[in-house]
Design a protein around this ligand. Structure first.
Ligand SMILES: Cc1cc2nc3c(=O)[nH]c(=O)nc-3n(C[C@H](O)[C@H](O)[C@H](O)COP(=O)(O)OP(=O)(O)OC[C@H]3O[C@@H](n4cnc5c(N)ncnc54)[C@H](O)[C@@H]3O)c2cc1C
Length: 440
């Protein structure tokens, strides 16, 4: 039986998940990517200044031992296992994460209101929440909900909690008991509770090294931006002029872009794809002449007058991520075409980020900034607004009819981590294998 010509669009975790599954069937798919580098959101870049940055803070906290083993094998067992340390910044205070369990040291009036509202909320009859705001009020009470997660929602998801569903939550937000809240308010040493306790990170070369062993499993074609799909002729066109055919297609291309490229896509499907919202992220990558900038691996920011939503400190993930004696900071500043469009260039955010790093005291006057660059991620986090579920159903049903196997964070259009994107690619490869029509 001739081998089916299965084409994979994208060389991120999902694309390589697909290649890995096809490899088990003896198939080496052609993998196209618009970028000049492979890895998508899991790429890593080392600047001439010696600082290494991933495309957004990336750590591996998968509990799936098969994926743990695959990633470990990819880096020849050379990875760090690190106990996670997360904190928050709120109006000059630095509580540990999650804040609701670490209120100790916060303003007394706030603590009293948080606890009394929490007790009141827990006495109300349980009702199924209509949206994320309902869920927050019921879980934490009004004062905490409005001061912390609702503030963060506006900075991270760029819309209000009232306009969001709850189907993305999973274990992401911890619901504490009264005893835990009280303990955290009374004592500075309340236990750390988070859905991640430890994580792994490659010892050298950045997160991208987790893809190393999968590279030979695909015939990778970089600088190939797909511009059009003819689903009846099973033909792909690229911006560089290449036209090629396929028996089966696996795609990790973001759904709004994919639908726009499909010839003859019905208008209701195109409209639905336009209703899918995603955030855009400007990453500002800073190198500093000092390593004791932070003890936390990541810090969450709630205040509106601080432009970034989250900070990561790559030099704490691996000593090889920064020159000896230096430290690094990666700031995430969020936008969304629908809710808060980015105007201007990513580079315009370098100075505001440095200004706000000084404002919150992480950068001192005497610190030297050794490296400063910005990166733009047009697609960052899926926004679970109230339009998502219905619009996604329409788009996925159409792709299912065409037999296009979508996968990954931007194909499944979910809140997926690297392990989940990889496995989604594997599953898409299986669908492609079962639907492949072998050309003569
Ligand atoms: C800021 C941020 C932080 C994150 N942190 C973590 C973390 O700590 N741990 C974790 O496990 N996960 C994390 N994630 C999630 C993780 O990045 C994703 O789950 C995963 O990388 C998605 O892989 P993917 O292959 O689905 O998508 P992508 O990596 O985006 O791959 C899609 C590929 O398709 C290519 N493509 C797009 N359009 C075209 C076209 N027209 N023609 C050709 N090629 C095209 C792109 O260039 C890209 O390479 C984070 C994500 C973000 C945004």
């Amino acid at each position: 039986m001739p081998t089916p010509n299965i084409v994979v669009l994208g060389t991120g975790m999902a694309g390589f998940g697909a290649a890995h599954r096809l490899h088990a069937e003896g198939i080496v798919p052609v993998m196209y990517d618009k970028n000049a580098y492979y890895g998508g959101h899991t790429a890593s870049f080392r600047y001439e200044t010696g600082f290494l940055f991933d495309v957004g803070p990336h750590i591996s906290f998968t509990k799936d031992t098969r994926i743990q083993d695959l990633f470990a094998d990819s880096v020849d067992q050379r990875f760090e296992t690190i106990q996670i340390h997360l904190n928050n910044y709120w109006r000059g205070y630095w509580p540990l994460h999650p804040v609701q369990l670490h209120l100790h040291g916060m303003p007394e009036d706030l603590i009293v209101k948080v606890i009394s509202d929490f007790v009141e909320a827990r006495q109300l009859p349980e009702e199924s929440p209509k949206n994320y705001a309902d869920w927050l009020y019921a879980s934490f009470g009004r004062t905490f909900a409005e001061s912390f997660p609702m503030q963060y929602t506006r900075k991270y998801h760029l819309t209000s909690a009232e306009n969001m569903s709850t189907d993305w939550l999973g274990p992401r937000i911890y619901r504490p008991s009264l005893e835990e809240v009280l303990r955290g308010a009374i004592s500075a040493s309340a236990p750390h509770v988070h859905y991640i306790t430890h994580f792994r990170y490659p010892s050298d070369g950045g997160f991208m090294c987790y893809l190393k062993k999968f590279m030979p499993m695909g015939n990778i074609k970089l600088n190939h931006q797909l511009v059009s799909i003819d689903p009846r002729a099973r033909e792909l066109k690229f911006a560089n002029g290449l036209v090629t055919s396929y028996d089966s297609l696996v795609s990790s291309v973001p759904l709004p872009d994919l639908i726009r490229m499909i010839q003859g896509a019905p208008s209701d499907v195109v409209d639905a794809s336009r209703r899918l919202s995603c955030s855009t992220c400007v990453l500002v990558n800073i190198g500093v002449n000092r390593e004791d900038i932070s003890s936390a691996h990541m810090t969450y920011f709630y205040d509106e007058d601080i432009c970034f939503t989250r900070l990561g400190f790559p030099h704490l993930l691996s000593a090889k991520n920064a020159p000896p004696g230096t430290g690094s900071i990666q700031a995430e500043v969020y936008f969304s075409d629908k809710y808060k469009p980015l105007t201007g260039k990513a580079e315009d955010w370098i100075e505001p980020v440095i200004r706000d790093l000084r404002k919150c005291g992480l950068l001192r006057e005497e610190d030297q900034v050794l490296s400063r660059k910005a990166m733009l991620l047009p697609y960052a986090n899926i926004i679970f607004d109230l339009e998502r579920t219905q619009a996604l159903k329409t788009v996925h049903a159409y792709l299912d009819d065409l037999g296009i196997a979508y996968c990954g964070r931007y194909g499944d259009w979910g809140y997926m981590w690297t392990d989940e994107s990889f496995k989604s690619g594997e599953l898409a490869a299986e669908r492609a294998l079962s639907g492949a029509v072998v050309s003569k």
